[in-house]
Structures are given as C-alpha cells and as structure tokens.
Ligand binder design. Structure first.
Ligand SMILES: [Fe+2]
Length: 237
C-alpha cells in the first residue's frame, strides 16, 4: 500500500546541532501555538496538553541544512515539510494518526495537523527528541490514512481482533493512551525510545501514541516534530 517505511536513526542530530536549535528557540525564532485540547483529566491540574513552537523551516537556512537537506537525501528527494515545530508535551497523546486534522468522532474537534496540499500525499512524521527522556513513542502496524482515532476505525472498518498486546505491555506503555478493549485491535510495530538526537520516522497514517511519561515521573518532554508530504506522482520515489 505504501513505501513510507518506519525507521529509527540514532544520532541524526549532534549535540551541537541541538544546541543551535535551542539557541534559535531562546532567540524567539519559533512562534508559540498553544494546544489547549481539553482532554486532560481535571485531577491532573494541567491547563494544556502541549505547546507547539513553530519554526519556518523554509526561511531558516540553518534548519534547511541540518534537517531538510538530510531528510531529502535519506527519505525522498521531493520531501516537503508542511510543519516543523518543537513539541513541548505535558500530557501523553492518546492513540491517533497524523494524516488528518479532523475526525467526526472527536466532536468536531480539529487539531493542529496540517493536511497534504493538492498533488501531495502524506509522507512521514519525524520525531527528534531534544534530550534523553524516560519515555517512548509507540508506533502500531495499523495504517489508516483518512482516520484520526481508533474508535472511528473500528466502527467503520470492523478490523479483526488481534489480541497481540500483552497485559504487561499494555500496563507499561499504553494505559493512558487507549482502552484495553480498543488495544485488542492493534499490534505494535516499534517502540521508539526518546534519546537525544535520535530520529523516528513513520508514516503519518500509522496509529501511534506516547507512553505514560507523567506516570513515570516526568513533567514534560520536548522534541522536534515534522509532518511531511511527498508529490503524489512521485509516490514511489
Ligand atoms: Fe502524532
């Protein structure tokens, strides 16, 4: 169905390149978009899920050099970065895809995901942690390019129950991200550890989520996140 492969590349960014990105951030080169998705249980005493600090990658020569040019070489010569931001996450994201911004079952809620322009199709989501954290992104095998959340997928497509995820794995990584019942339809492709400078690449249409990092004692975590597209006519590279 797709050639958007899942890949982890360690040391994609060096410590000094990350330092440069942190300087850009401190110098106000990233603009803040608050993500005030009201999904957090009130007892958590948090007023938001995350902050998104947007970079204009096409008008930033250095980011072009250390991110875009390298990604184009590795993944696709015509890769387009629709969105490049520092994700500052305060509450684990539940299981979702990054290919669409809207899902009818989320009560009309539209999130910050940028959709493909005409002539383009969803490419990879890239995640590059800015530090090493006791946290992971869980990527599932299931790919649903036009759906945002598992409950819509289960209702519409009636997928088979796999029972592939053990109770131990569910407790360790997924208990804040999906119900035990819905997890029965998913299987895990990759567990990406948040290591400074590592790159996680995965199809924007694949279900993924954060582990329970706040349950593991972290207050927040930060990473560069990019949503990309590639031209439809060049789909096979
Ligand atoms: Fe995502």
């Amino acid at each position: 169905m797709t050639n958007i492969n899942t890949l982890t590349i360690e040391n994609f960014l060096s410590d000094s390149e990350i330092q440069e990105i942190e300087e850009m951030y401190k110098n106000g080169e990233a603009s803040l978009k608050i993500d005030d998705v009201p999904e957090i249980p009130p007892e958590m005493n948090l007023d938001r899920t995350a902050n998104y600090w947007h970079f204009d990658i096409y008008n930033n020569l250095r980011l072009n050099e250390i991110l875009l040019l390298k990604l184009k070489k590795i993944f696709h010569k015509d890769l387009y970065v629709d969105d490049c931001h520092i994700l500052e996450s305060f509450y684990p994201y539940v299981v979702h895809t990054d290919a669409v911004a809207f899902d009818e079952s989320i009560n009309g809620h539209q999130d910050g995901t940028v959709q493909a322009n005409t002539g383009y199709t969803s490419g990879w989501t890239f995640i590059i942690p800015l530090d090493t954290y006791n946290s992971h992104t869980i990527i599932f095998d299931q790919e649903v390019p036009l759906i945002k959340v598992p409950c819509t997928w289960i209702q519409k497509e009636n997928p088979p129950i796999l029972d592939s995820i053990s109770d131990d794995i569910y407790e360790k990584y997924l208990k804040r991200a999906i119900s035990r019942e819905e997890a029965r339809y998913l299987s895990i492709e990759e567990i990406f550890p948040w290591k400074k400078g590592s790159l996680s690449a995965t199809s924007r249409g694949k279900f993924h989520c954060s582990d329970d990092f706040i349950g593991n004692g972290l207050k927040s975590k930060r990473a560069i996140v990019m949503w990309t597209t590639i031209p439809t006519e060049n789909f096979n590279g």
